[in-house]
Ligand binder design. Structure first.
Ligand code: SF4
Length: 61
């Protein structure tokens, strides 16, 4: 699995960080940073991508 974030779309809601804090972090700049682009915890990352309000996260296999 590979995950990427479109930081132009991110509104900093923090939903992804709550679901997968080892993978996503919303920093002081107010947008998401991907901490691991090939994460082990695939299910929580898939949920985060589905629940992102702006569809900023993309998961590929
Ligand atoms: S859930 Fe989406 S909009 Fe919210 S912080 Fe994560 S990437 Fe950004």
């Amino acid at each position: 699995m590979r995950v990427t974030a479109d930081r132009e779309l991110c509104v900093g809601s923090g939903a992804c960080e709550m679901l997968a804090p080892d993978v996503f972090e919303v920093s002081d700049d107010g947008v998401v940073h991907v901490l691991q682009d090939r994460p082990d915890d695939e299910e929580s990352v898939r949920q985060a991508a589905q629940q992102c309000p702006t569809r900023a996260l993309t998961v590929t296999d």
